[in-house]
Design a binder for this molecule. Structure first.
Ligand SMILES: Cc1cc2nc3c(=O)[nH]c(=O)nc-3n(C[C@H](O)[C@H](O)[C@H](O)COP(=O)(O)OP(=O)(O)OC[C@H]3O[C@@H](n4cnc5c(N)ncnc54)[C@H](O)[C@@H]3O)c2cc1C
Length: 634
């Protein structure tokens, strides 16, 4: 069915936040005609979306459900151009994310210093959106009747307890809930945005849009369509223009943009990398950038596309004992594992119903650790963290598999310890270079561009190693995926021990322990000693040379946590802001931005819950604009 040519509200981008806004408005007033224009395809009943364990498939290089934004080449990153994937289908990031249930710290929202957006203002909405199914919930901060269910998924893998014990052995606490908006220094059994009744992912399209579309006829959906611009006439948004998502074949004529009129409101929800480029192509942004791109400047708003923030992630891999229950065989595509998993899924259990990230922590460094991070971080610590005890510096979590291409590694079992920096000091940007919606933007993620960010990332790597070395299932590092330490360094990465190698070889005679590194001969020589599992574990001691090796590796490997935010900051116009407290774009009527791009500052957590709370708050604000009341409860 072709989309209507005129509606009351157009939502540009049906992502995590956009689906909430459209769904809540359509439900609140069945007479309101709403159209979602989404760049990617529909996600309705798509098994790749519904089945949690399929989450990695979205990041395969051939995936069309993610859009891969290429960042600028950077010498600070070992001459790499970092790639930042975002959701590119209905549901946006909520259809493809890792489903880790994580919440910001209270002070994160309070730091936004915007009326109506303090933590106390937002807690009712954090409750409204969720149906919490974890242990010992505190009803003051958790909700039980929201559209998005939270649970542990398939019961946590046994080595989760080994990981948590290792954390305790290192002096950290393990508690029931570090998503209480206050905890910043403890580990927990991680929750997931997964529905325990169905075993399915809690994405926003299946929980806010599809059920409303089934009942109401006022919510319309146009997929595979890229909004080229918002039409702005006499200072008012009056509609949008869009083109097919995929560019025309080489030599084929450019498509003629189609238009739809919005009688009352245009909401831009195209995400932190999409929304600023939509605004700039519409003539809203820094005059100089727009003129250079050949776009008439309608509102000179230099904050658009600035203030880009992410978290910095590393994912080093470790070997574990062959009998350890990991998801490696699932990721290798072993048919029996999948057949059993699909059978179990019918009863909402089993390997398909988890993201195999079962435990993790939010952590603050000790005095000694801060000292080791260098003077730049010390300064940042004093200014930003010292008086904010609810702000963690680092996330550290256990992923129960190798998170890469298994065909590149020998058989066996692996775990990955992910660590990410919660509040990098670096700031990047994204801007258009052309009015043509098919021309990629100039994107600078600027990772490690601030010197304060290196020290804590190195701390994170070392911390991850200490945790995993204390797990009884630990059997060595995948040396090729760790820093290139000197072969004689006591802190060097250690390849699989000979006993485990023999165990893995079994009767198949395959080589289980392959060393791929710059100094193969030396590595073989020093790594053939078995790991002594009875010896108490002492922390590794790193020399200056070792630290240089870690720094080099960090530069060559650090990447996105897929947590882009901040590019249309909610701040006063004179402070570089793009939207006001009601999410209205400064200088344009009937135009709001409602997605994670409005976050003026970072959050100490994975970002889905913040995108969701912005969606819930945005729905209320859009309702106010339209004269509709949307409450704080379901
Ligand atoms: C791979 C990955 C893993 C993640 N893992 C986690 C996790 O485990 N836990 C967690 O808390 N967070 C996670 N996140 C982050 C979280 O999903 C995002 O922060 C959240 O989705 C952002 O929501 P948003 O509404 O701002 O934008 P998005 O959800 O990105 O939605 C933007 C939508 O706009 C569409 N769009 C863009 N441009 C246009 C255009 N011009 N025209 C039409 N449509 C357009 C896109 O296709 C998309 O559907 C992850 C994200 C990714 C990508």
């Amino acid at each position: 069915m072709s989309p209507p040519k005129e509606v009351d509200v157009i939502v540009v981008g049906g992502g995590a936040a956009g689906c909430i806004v459209a769904g809540r408005l359509a439900q609140a007033d069945p007479n309101l005609e709403i159209l979602i224009v989404e760049g990617g395809k529909n996600n309705l009943n798509d098994p790749q979306v519904r089945q949690p364990a399929m989450f990695l498939s979205h990041l395969a290089p051939t995936s069309t459900t993610a859009k891969f934004y290429a960042g600028r080449h950077s010498e600070l990153l070992g001459g790499r151009s970092p790639i930042v994937p975002t959701g590119n289908m209905l549901g946006g990031g909520s259809s493809i994310n890792f489903m880790m249930y994580t919440r910001a710290s209270k002070s994160d929202y309070d730091d936004w210093k915007t009326e109506g957006w303090s933590a106390d203002d937002l807690i009712p909405l954090l409750k409204k959106m969720e149906s919490y199914n974890l242990e010992n919930p505190d009803p003051k901060i958790h909700g039980f009747d929201g559209p998005l269910a939270v649970c542990h998924g398939a019961s946590p893998a046994p080595n989760t307890e080994e990981f948590l014990q290792a954390a305790q052995d290192m002096g950290y606490k393990v508690v029931d809930d570090i998503q209480d908006l206050e905890s910043a220094h403890a580990f927990e059994r991680w929750g997931k945005w997964i529905n325990p009744k169905t075993g399915f992912r809690s994405d926003t399209a299946h929980n806010y849009v599809h059920p409303v579309m089934e009942k109401n006829s006022n919510l319309h959906l146009l997929c595979d369509s890229k909004v080229s611009k918002v039409v702005i006439e006499n200072g008012k948004a009056t509609g949008v223009e869009y083109v097919p998502f995929s560019p025309p074949a080489e030599g084929a004529p450019k498509p003629v943009p189609q238009s739809v009129t919005a009688r009352k409101l245009v909401v831009v929800s195209a995400g932190s990398l999409g929304s600023p480029t939509v605004l700039e192509r519409s003539g809203v942004g820094a005059r100089e950038i727009l003129e250079k791109a050949g776009v008439e400047c309608k509102v000179d708003l230099p904050g658009v596309g600035e203030n880009y923030q992410d978290h910095n992630l590393i994912l080093p891999a470790y070997r574990v004992a062959p009998e350890t229950k990991t998801h490696d065989d699932f990721l290798r595509g072993i048919p029996e594992v999948h057949a059993q998993g699909l059978k179990d899924l019918e009863e909402a259990k089993g390997i398909y119903t988890t993201n195999f990230i079962d435990a993790g922590g939010k952590l603050r460094p000790s005095e000694e650790e801060i000292e080791a991070m260098g003077p730049e971080f010390r300064k940042f610590w004093n200014e930003y963290f010292k008086d904010a005890p609810d702000k963690p510096v680092m996330f550290a979590g256990l992923v129960n598999a190798f998170l890469g291409d298994h065909s590149l590694l020998p058989g066996g079992k692996y775990v990955t310890i992910g660590t990410y920096l919660e509040y990098p000091a670096s700031r990047g940007s994204i801007h258009i270079t052309s009015a043509d919606p098919y021309v990629e933007a100039d994107f600078d993620p600027a990772y490690l561009s601030h010197p304060a960010d290196l020290g804590p990332n190195i701390w994170g790597y070392k911390l991850g190693r200490e945790l995993v070395r204390r797990m009884p299932c630990y059997r060595g590092e995948v040396v090729a995926l760790h820093p290139k330490f000197s072969a004689t360094s006591p802190a060097r990465a250690v390849e699989i021990d000979i006993d485990t190698s023999r165990e893995l070889q079994g009767d198949k005679g395959v080589t289980a322990g392959v060393v791929v590194s710059g100094n193969v001969a030396a590595q073989n020589e020093v790594t053939s000693e078995p790991l002594d599992k009875k010896k108490p574990i002492e922390n590794l001691v790193y020399s200056e040379e070792d630290d240089k090796a870690v720094e080099q590796w960090m530069r060559e490997n650090i990447g996105t946590t897929w947590h882009s935010l901040g590019t249309n900051a909610m701040k006063p116009r004179e402070e570089g802001g793009v939207v006001d407290a009601k999410l209205n774009v400064h200088g344009v009527e009937n135009l709001k931005v409602i997605d994670l791009s409005i976050a003026p500052g970072n959050v100490g957590s994975n970002t889905y819950s913040t995108a969701l709370v912005i969606g819930e708050k945005g729905a209320i604000l859009a309702g106010e604009h339209l004269g509709i009341t949307i409450g704080l409860t379901n």
